[in-house]
Write a new protein. Sequence first.
Length: 276
Amino acid sequence: MKTLDRLRTGMSRDRVFDFMMPTTGLEVDVSHGILLYLEGVTVSFDGFKAIDNLNLYLEAGELRCIIGPNGAGKTTMMDIITGKTRPQRGSVHFGQNIDLLRLSEPEIAQVGIGRKFQKPTVFESHTVFENLEMAMSGDKRVWPTFRARLNGEQKDQIDKMLETIGLVDQRADTAGSLSHGQKQWLEIGMLLMQDPHLLLVDEPVAGMTHQEMERTADLLTSLAGRHTVVVVEHDMDFVRSIARKVTVLHQGSVLAEGSMEEVQNDRRVVEVYLGG
């Protein structure tokens, strides 16, 4: 496929990613040390409360694991943070100054919130390097993108990201040829190219080999400090390997919160989730 044709394929209207939308120019204020505030949030679907008076606070730079049984509200919570679902009650603030409920989904992505779904979404006909290149900040309209040329600093940025996600040797391979785990790492790298303040990662190790799980654990733990990382996961062995602070959701609200040891020994958590 010719370069121009491949670019047109990658830029087709049904393949537009959040990171390719215009920026908002808003800067998040984390002077109080808290990056995300969810307070009194409630969401009902046909009378069922998927989220029930949820209060959740994320510190800037922390790695947080979110666990809980199916139907606990984990996905709905992420939908609220990213603007896909609007709550009937409550407030959602990003830092001290940004009301996320006033922003659209693309605007939320551009203020610094990246979300990685369970199934990896990459440009499969493009190389690993090209995927990271297209994910960089800047004007993503077709013509400016086609005319753009990487400078030395941008090439170095991509090279460093390839090292971070462990895909240096695959830089020239098409994304479609990667293993499931490698695609997961590539998509995380694409989100990181935007230097997000908050990264939401949904079940990152589903379908991975044990070796891939270990590398994913190393990757996610290496991001804490520079980014706030939220990992929603059912694999408890994986959670134990990365957990610093764990929040347990049940029936749309926080059931317990603390270290992995603390939540494992919480009788309520054992009864509704870990005991099974």
